[in-house]
Structures are given as structure tokens and as C-alpha cells.
Design a protein around this ligand. Structure first.
Ligand code: ACM
Ligand code: ZN
Length: 761
């Protein structure tokens, strides 16, 4: 691959008569990082904030885009001419598809491109190359050559849970374009609102687009609170066409999602006859998974196909997304019409019934020249012949589909769910749960190692999803999307083996991309500037370090003893300084620290180191914790930081096994007193308290004596253990299944633990 890139680089250079040696390889301001970039410290200066553009070979719509962006984001005026100019355009042949180059000389900038899309990509890189100093705008002399890695570079937006206006959707698309995303997955229907006009079924928007109440606060908070206000909205077909055309001008393809058979309560509120029970219910104001889904009888299939008849002509994209996720089979089990379909078609069970349902859509869409795409549940009961799979419950669904020779878009929730928390900071706004910091997004590679070279060809690319249960404003939508979308764009545009490492990416973000996003007034998250507390075990207990975005950051740290209610220390700490907390002396205490302001970014974080004597004890896990919820790994249960309630995605250690076993080494034999174990109950997130905990003690790790078994509560306290032990073994028996009638019924629940506190003499 390196060879190929180099040879195209040489072709571009030869075609532009460029002498490479005058430039050096250097960090490029542009994100996603171009395939090649060399530059010098000399500059092309944009004098008088005016740029002359030669419109020859510049497609008209791209010209308008360039002029508008220069004006709005930079206040740079343009003079457009036909025969001269400081910026000139050249179509190129014999270069890779979607490739472009930018050659910046002292008096002229030449943009070469292979097709209109790559001309547009070049313009977006060009905008990011523009820098400002005290004198004015400039671009470093240099040469940039670039093309994308993946064909599907997507962002999704859920407009059902919260409605976004046409202008807001266009703004979301505008920002996507800056980072060369090319696929906008428009989640148009869900339980809480139907958002697309369907002329044959007007009640879908008359009734289905509106709800009378909306949950406020988190779903897991009891008692739940609601705002009792009628809210909603929908897009007319003319508005949809307008958005699609707008996106097309930005080389972004719009994929509509019409959810089926689940997440259909809004449609069924309007047309209850297509449910199994026929009972009329309103549009829900609460989130979750509902038992009432479309009935699989032929009338429903016909209803949905008629809807697709109106959807298809609005979207030139080859794909139509039909959802397919989270469809409980509760109603289908007892519905005579569904059971009749099972019997008449020789289907084994309700999973095959769902597959049969989806296959009918696949046949229909294929006949109309479209390709069906669905969430990875469409694998269950057998994958429909032409289906493309969007893998969201991790990568396994995508791997399986690729092995079956189906195309795949990777959107695993561990890397691509931008509705998850991006930091554990005190001021982090409410989110659904999960923990996805910028650094983790940066590690996303859409191509799983397990696949052969042939199977890898089925990975079309990847996408991040913006589910909006807890995102009700554009401001918050920007916050959740940026800068994580920049990290994602690196995973989708760049060759994974060539993209800069995370530290370099972070530097580019701080130096070039923050000012760029500021030009567009984007409310991006500054979570990376808040100090993170790094904890490492040491002989006496723990060593704490505070790390910010820059190695030079320093923090003013005030330690406050909660028992004595007074400050015990105030120090300025640099990134490499550490604060040692000893098991014997330092507890309990709460540590608060403030972050030294950087670029006007400042914030106070409150960290509590709460537990006492067992900090830093080595733990061996016989049962592995799930990598999705493994913040601080082996240290998590003894890092002194107790998991917070309500859960914020970080800190807790998550398991999905029936039996969870681990052993704590107390370093020497000690007289045990009390033991406490913290568990999380957040049933809406499928996190349940386990059934029992049992303790065993040993002095040699070979012969164990059993202590009593206890039923689990959120703080499971073993009082007056009064045993001598060097080792403590903990065995947790988790709940087998989520109870009937609850979210996720029948599935294995999560067990979340934090922390183990061991008191001894
Ligand atoms: C999904 O997040 N339910 C696709
Ligand atoms: Zn039914």
C-alpha cells in the first residue's frame, strides 16, 4: 500500500512539476489526516483578506460552497475570474478514484482532482489549511495528496426521540462535510415520533409525530419525571427532498431508516390495526423497548411496502435502512395471525418469522432497485439474501455477516455510540450511559482481525450513532458529536496503519482544529482538558497523578479530609508528580482539584478517594470482566473511587457471566473485620443486582474456608468476619435472566461491581 501511495504521490508531483525536496514531512492541520503532506515554513499569504479564484474547472455548486465558507467562517472575500486567479483547478486522469492534491506555491495554489466529490474534499482540506497570525491569513507552502480508505463514512441522527428542524439537520450535514463524511443515516421513525410525511397514511404524522409528555432526567431515576407538554414535528416530502439535495451538494448520501418490526409505537398509535392486539395506545413519552411491535400478518407487510413506495423516490441512495433491532417477540408468541404465518410458511419460531418479515422487505426493495440494510439482529433466524448488516452490538454481527459474504457497516457500540459519556467529569451533561472517551473512538478500526482478506472486502466502512433520548438541543448534539467525530473520521478516511498516533492527533486538534471549529461556532466538548486522575498501585497504597491534554499542564490540588472537615494539603502538581496515598494513614478523605486554565478552558473536578484499607491490593480475576466496562481494569475494585450512582459510564466493572470469581491478596496475613461490596442496580440499562455473594478466606491460597453467603444489596456488607487471612475469595452468583415484563426480558443481565472495601486490624 505504501508503494501505491508513493507512486500516486510521484504522479501528482510530476504532473505539477513539483520538486519534493524543498518541503519536509510535518503534522498536517487537516483532519482527517491526508495520505501525504509535506510543507515548508514559507507561506502563501492571503492579502487584504481577499482571494482570487479561477472558476475554470471549478464546479458551480462547489464554487458557491467555497465562497460561502471563506466568507462566513473566515471573513475572506473572493474575486471570481475566468482566466486568472491565485487558486486554480485541474481535473486529473490516471489517479485513484476520489483522490485530489493541493499544491501550494508562493503565488498560486493548484487544486487537482479526479472527480467532483474529490474536488469537494479538496476544498474542505483547503479551508482547514488556512491559518491566521497577527498579520493576516496564510497557508504554508507545501503539497498535499489524499484519498479515502472506506466508502461508507457515516453519522446517524435520531430525529424521533427529539425532533430536529430542517435547518438543524442541514447544519448537522454541514459539519459532517467539513470532515469528509459521506453518509447521513437519518433515523426517521421510532416509538416516540414518526417524522416523514406519507401521503397514503396521513395519520402517521397527524397522530404519530406528536406526543403529550417526555421523560426528563434519566430513565433509571425513580420516581420518573415527565414534562407534560405536547411536542413533535415531521418533515414534508418536499422538505425531505430539500435536505437530500442539500446533502448531495456536499457529496453526502442520505439513507432513510424506516424501523420495523420493532420501535414502531408511533406508527401503531396512528394505525393500531397493524399491531397484534389492535389496541390503540398513544405515542410514548418514555424510552425503552416496547412489546407492541408490528404484527407480521400480510396486511402489515403491505402497509409497510406502501410506505416504502413513497420513501424510495425521495432518496437517491442505493440503501434503505429497515431497522430490525430490539423487537421483542412477546406479542408474536400469542398472536393467532403471527402464528398462522409461522405455520403456513413452515417457520421454526418467531426469529424465523422476523427473518421472513425482513425477507419480504428485501425482495420488495431489491425489485425496486434498492438495497436493504438493517441492524445486526437481522442475522437472527437467517439473513435475507441481499441484506447489508449494520453491526451495533459489538463487532460479532458484522463478522458473521462478512463470513456469510454480506456487506457490513461497522458501528459497534463500544466505539461508535456518541450518546455515551465522553468523560467522568463533574459537569458532564446527562447521557444514556456507557463510556466512550475521545481516545477510545480513535482506536476504532472497522476491519476486524478475524476476517480473511476476502471477507474484509465486505466491510464498507463505519458510522457513529447519535441517539437522542438525552440530546434535545443542537448545542448538546454538537457537544456529543464533536470532537469524537474527528477521531472517527480518522478511522474511516485514513489507512489505519498510517494515521498519526493519538497524542499527535490530540496536538493537531488543540493547535489547528479547535480554532477551526471555533470559526464554525461549534459547541465541541473540551473534556480532554479536564484533568484525569491516573491511579497506580504502589507498596503503601496508591499513587495519584493528574493528567491533562498537555504534558505541561499543572493542577492546583487541594486535599480535604471529610472526617475532619478540613483541608489537609494544597499543592501545585505537574503531570509527572504523584501524590501517594497510604492504606494505613490517609483515609477517609476527599480530594478536590482544579485544572489550570488552558485556552480559556478551565474546570473544577471533584474526585473522591473514599475507601480505606484495601486500596491497591492485587486482585486476580478468575472471571474476566467485560472489556466494554473495564475502566481501570484490575485496579477498579481497589482504586478507592467508588462507582457513582446514577451511573455515568465510567468506574464500574461490568460482567455478563453466571458466576463471577476473584481473589484479593491482602499482602500479608491480617485479622479481617468487615467487608463491603458495592453493586449497581440500573434495570433500564439491563444492569441488575446479582443473587448472592459468598466469601472464602485462606492463608495459603490453597485451602479455603467458607464464610456465610449473603443476598445482594447495593452495598453488601459482611459484618465482623473476624478471621485471619492473607487471601479473600469472592464468588458472586448473578441473576440468570432479566425478568418478564422488564426491559430486555429474557436476556442475561449485566452485573456491575465497585468497590470492595476490606477492613482489618
Ligand atoms: C440500536 O442501538 N438499537 C441499534
Ligand atoms: Zn401478530
Amino acid at each position: 500500500m505504501k508503494k501505491i501511495i508513493f507512486s500516486f504521490f510521484v504522479i501528482f508531483c510530476l504532473q505539477t512539476n513539483l520538486v519534493l525536496s524543498q518541503y519536509k514531512t510535518t503534522d498536517c492541520p487537516v483532519i482527517p489526516t491526508p495520505a501525504s503532506y509535506v510543507a515548508s515554513s514559507e507561506t502563501f499569504d492571503i492579502s487584504d483578506k481577499t482571494l482570487q479564484i479561477n472558476r475554470t474547472n471549478l464546479p458551480k455548486e462547489i464554487e458557491k460552497y467555497l465562497v460561502k465558507n471563506l466568507k462566513d467562517a473566515f471573513s475572506i472575500q473572493t474575486i471570481i475570474s475566468d482566466n486568472s486567479g491565485e487558486v486554480i483547478f485541474k481535473p486529473q486522469k490516471n489517479v485513484p478514484e476520489n483522490s485530489y492534491s493541493i499544491d501550494i506555491r508562493e503565488s498560486v495554489i493548484t487544486i487537482s482532482y479526479s472527480n467532483e466529490a474529490s474536488c469537494f474534499y479538496a476544498i474542505n482540506s483547503f479551508l482547514q489549511l488556512i491559518q491566521k497570525n497577527d498579520v493576516g491569513y496564510y497557508i504554508n507552502l507545501g503539497f498535499l495528496m489524499d484519498y479515502p480508505k472506506f466508502e461508507w463514512r457515516g453519522l446517524h441522527l435520531d430525529v424521533s426521540r427529539h425532533f430536529y428542524s430542517v435547518d438543524e439537520v442541514k447544519h448537522f450535514i454541514d459539519l459532517m462535510a467539513l470532515y469528509k463524511f459521506n453518509t447521513f443515516h437519518w433515523h426517521l421513525t421510532d416509538d416516540q415520533g414518526w417524522r416523514i410525511e406519507i401521503k397514503q397514511f396521513p395519520k402517521l404524522t397527524e397522530i404519530g409525530a406528536w406526543r403529550d409528555s417526555t421523560l426528563i432526567g434519566h430513565y433509571n431515576e425513580e420516581p420518573r419525571k415527565y414534562e407534560h407538554k405536547r411536542v413533535g414535528g415531521f418533515y414534508t416530502q418536499e422538505q425531505i427532498k430539500d435536505v437530500v439535495a442539500y446533502a448531495q451538494k456536499r457529496f453526502i448520501s442520505v439513507i432513510p431508516e424506516i424501523e420495523m418490526p420493532g420501535h414502531s409505537r408511533a406508527a401503531l398509535a396512528a394505525y393500531p390495526e397493524y399491531s397484534c392486539t389492535g389496541i390503540k395506545q398513544g405515542v410514548p413519552g418514555i424510552w425503552g423497548i416496547f412489546d407492541d411491535i408490528y404484527c407480521s400478518k400480510p396486511e402489515t407487510i403491505s402497509f409497510l411496502q406502501k410506505i416504502l413506495d413513497e420513501v424510495i423516490p425521495l432518496f437517491p441512495s442505493p440503501y434503505v435502512h429497515i431497522g430490525g433491532d430490539e423487537a421483542p417477540k412477546t406479542r408474536w408468541h400469542t398472536c393467532p395471525r403471527c402464528q398462522k404465518v409461522i405455520k403456513e410458511n413452515g417457520l421454526k419460531d418467531e426469529h424465523e418469522l422476523q427473518s421472513y418479515f425482513i425477507r419480504q422487505m428485501d425482495v420488495y426493495l431489491t425489485a425496486k432497485g434498492k438495497k436493504l440494510i438493517g441492524w445486526d439482529e437481522i442475522l437472527e433466524g437467517g439473513l435475507s439474501p441481499n441484506a447489508t448488516v449494520m453491526s451495533w452490538r459489538g463487532s460479532d454481527g458484522g463478522i458473521e455477516a462478512a463470513k456469510q459474504n454480506h456487506d457490513v457497516v461497522m458501528s459497534p457500540n463500544g466505539y461508535c455510540y456518541f450518546d455515551h459519556y465522553q468523560s467522568g467529569n463533574t459537569g458532564e451533561p446527562l447521557a444514556i450511559g456507557g463510556f466512550l472517551p475521545l481516545e477510545k473512538v480513535y482506536q476504532f478500526n472497522p476491519v476486524p482481525e478475524q476476517l480473511s482478506a476476502d471477507q474484509r472486502r465486505h466491510i464498507l466502512g463505519g458510522q457513529a450513532n447519535l441517539w437522542t433520548e438525552y440530546i434535545s438541543t443542537m448545542e448538546k448534539l454538537e457537544y456529543m458529536t464533536y470532537p469524537r467525530a474527528l477521531a472517527l473520521s480518522q478511522s474511516l478516511w485514513c489507512d489505519n496503519t498510517k494515521k498519526p498516533d493519538y497524542e499527535t492527533f490530540k496536538k493537531i486538534f488543540i493547535k489547528y482544529q479547535m480554532p477551526f471549529l471555533d470559526r464554525y461556532k461549534v459547541n465541541y466538548s473540551k473534556a480532554i482538558f479536564y484533568a484525569k486522575m491516573e491511579i497506580t498501585p504502589n507498596k503503601q497504597g496508591l499513587a495519584l497523578r493528574f493528567k491533562g491534554a498537555e504534558p505541561t499542564d499543572s493542577f492546583y490540588v487541594t486535599s480535604f479530609n471529610t472526617d475532619l472537615q478540613k483541608n489537609i494539603d494544597s499543592v501545585v502538581m505537574k503531570s509527572n508528580d504523584s501524590l501517594v496515598l497510604t492504606r494505613e494513614n490517609d483515609f477517609p478523605m476527599t480530594i478536590e482539584y482544579t485544572v489550570t486554565p488552558y485556552n480559556n478552558v478551565s474546570g473544577i473536578n471533584h474526585f473522591s478517594i473514599e475507601q480505606s484499607h484495601s486500596i491497591g491490593f492485587p486482585i486476580e480475576f478468575k472471571t474476566p470482566f467485560n472489556p466494554k466496562f473495564s475502566n481501570r481494569g484490575n485496579l477498579a475494585l481497589v482504586d478507592g473511587v467508588k462507582g457513582k450512582r446514577p451511573w455515568k459510564g465510567d468506574e464500574w466493572l461490568g460482567f455478563t457471566k453466571d458466576t463471577i470469581e476473584f481473589t484479593v491478596d491482602l499482602i500479608k496475613t491480617r485479622q479481617l473485620q468487615n467487608v463491603n461490596l458495592g453493586f449497581l442496580s440500573a434495570n433500564g440499562s439491563w444492569i441488575y443486582l446479582p443473587e448472592t455473594v459468598q466469601l472464602f478466606v485462606s492463608t495459603d491460597k490453597t485451602s479455603w474456608s467458607e464464610l456465610k453467603k449473603q443476598a445482594v444489596t447495593e452495598e453488601t456488607f459482611f459484618q465482623e468476619v473476624n478471621k485471619k487471612a492473607r487471601y479473600l475469595k469472592v464468588v458472586v452468583i448473578s441473576k440468570d435472566k432479566i425478568p418478564v415484563g422488564s426491559d430486555g426480558e429474557g436476556n442475561k443481565p449485566w452485573t456491575f461491581m465497585d468497590e470492595i472495601e476490606i477492613e482489618y486490624e
